[in-house]
Design a protein around this ligand. Structure first.
Ligand SMILES: Cc1cc2nc3c(=O)[nH]c(=O)nc-3n(C[C@H](O)[C@H](O)[C@H](O)COP(=O)(O)OP(=O)(O)OC[C@H]3O[C@@H](n4cnc5c(N)ncnc54)[C@H](O)[C@@H]3O)c2cc1C
Length: 388
């Protein structure tokens, strides 16, 4: 077992860090304050390969492992968790199209997605189907060689500014559950699609989140991913990687908050001494660093399991997402506390990290749903024994 990064991994990490420090960090506060979706910078990220990180090279992606991807995503997220989180959702969409679309369709669409020339949205959640995503009601009905889609998708990241949607819709009977769901590529400007207002959110201000309604949206059969009934499985496969990505966005944000805190404890003086000299605060940063490191190891282990196509990869992705997003939110929150009143004002980035990291405990499956996934496996006979 070797916990060291390889030379290639160090090179990827350094390239991502240089890009993030130059193109993202100086702008992140403005994007947040002015609610700017930085398309230009995302296109630049695409030129660096960051829009198709784990998409095969044959389709213009980087073909990286999930572990290599995590190293890059952490660097970007340290500069701007919100923009990076959108980039990771785009990566998930790009990978799904590359993995499950017909070859001719993938060859036509994926290179543009991997280059960041087109952007994607992932459309699973509905107003009445959040955690219970398999109860979704958006329909896709066959008409000749087309499908006609009707329904609504809630909280869609990037919606209104993206070019391609991957939509999970029901092709089976209303009570067919997960096995009656199929996945479709839907051009975002198709007739019959309407976008709601950009939701007014606590964080993630550098990317829009909108309701998408589909009213008799017609798409050709060849835009279906895989076979009818495979959509939910594809959506969950996408989310295994998505959960590592979101957890990694939390690692990046928490890391930046921790570094700021380290510096601030040395800079700030109270009671005639620097804050770093108070043992209560020393213990706080000690716990922050410990919890952050444990979270990072957990995320890297889950990424490794996914790369190995381990039978328990889903379990590890859920555990990593739950643990890392909770721990990193707490690290960011404690970093704000260490900054006192200055942590609470926008001149310092701490409150932005807290706001941006909070939603990672909710989306790509809430942390309660992660516990459901974990508990289901853990309570099954023989699973724990297989892991020790
Ligand atoms: C900013 C933002 C961006 C998003 N982007 C996307 C996107 O791009 N694409 C997409 O498809 N979705 C997206 N989502 C949706 C997100 O995945 C859902 O909000 C999430 O899955 C929870 O669903 P819900 O909001 O309907 O909450 P609900 O499912 O109604 O849950 C409410 C509460 O009950 C808990 N709960 C529910 N069921 C159980 C249970 N069985 N046991 C214990 N607790 C339970 C939940 O954990 C939660 O705390 C986004 C959401 C946000 C806020």
């Amino acid at each position: 077992m070797d916990f060291n990064f390889s030379e290639d991994q160090i090179a990827f990490r350094d390239a991502a860090r240089a890009f993030a420090e130059k193109a993202m960090a100086p702008n992140a506060a403005r994007w947040d304050a002015e609610h700017i979706f930085p398309e230009e910078v995302i296109h630049e990220a695409g030129q660096m390969g960051f829009c198709g990180l784990y998409t095969p090279e044959t389709y213009g992606g980087m073909g990286l492992s999930r572990l290599d991807t995590a190293l890059i995503v952490e660097e970007l997220a340290a500069a701007c968790p919100s923009t990076t989180a959108y980039i990771t959702i785009h990566n998930m969409v790009t990978w799904m199209v590359a993995s499950f679309a017909q070859e001719t369709v993938a060859a036509e669409l994926v290179p543009r997605l991997a280059a960041g020339e087109w952007l994607g949205s992932y459309c699973l959640t509905e107003p009445g189907a959040g955690s219970d995503a398999a109860s979704l009601r958006t329909r896709a009905d066959r008409e000749g060689t087309d499908y006609v889609l009707n329904g609504a998708k809630m909280f869609i990241s990037g919606a209104g500014r993206t070019q391609l949607l991957v939509v999970m819709a029901r092709t089976g009977a209303a009570d067919s559950g997960a096995s009656g769901i199929s996945a479709f590529i839907v051009p975002a400007d198709s007739a019959g699609i309407e976008y709601g207002k950009a939701e007014d959110k606590l964080g993630w201000h550098s990317q829009p989140t909108r309701l998408v309604t589909l009213d008799n949206v017609r798409i050709p059969e060849r835009y279906r991913l895989g076979e009818e009934g495979e959509g939910f499985k594809f959506a969950m496969k996408g989310l295994d990687g998505g959960r590592i990505n979101i957890a990694t966005c939390s690692l990046g944000g928490a890391r930046a908050a921790l570094l700021r805190s380290r510096d601030y404890l040395h800079e700030r003086q109270q009671f005639g001494r620097e804050l770093a000299s108070f043992q209560a605060l020393q213990f706080k940063v000690a716990d922050m660093m410990t919890d952050w490191t444990a979270a990072r190891q957990m995320v890297h282990l889950a990424a490794f399991k996914l790369d190995q196509q381990d039978a328990e990869a889903t379990l590890f992705c859920a555990m990593a997402k739950r643990q890392a997003t909770d721990a990193c939110f707490e690290v960011a929150n404690q970093a704000l506390q260490l900054h006192g009143g200055y942590g609470y004002i926008r001149e310092y980035p701490l409150e932005r990290y807290v706001r941006d990291l909070r939603v990672h405990q909710i989306l790509e499956g809430t942390n309660e749903i992660m516990r459901l996934i974990i508990a289901r496996r853990v309570l099954e006979e023989g699973v724990i024994e297989g892991l020790i």
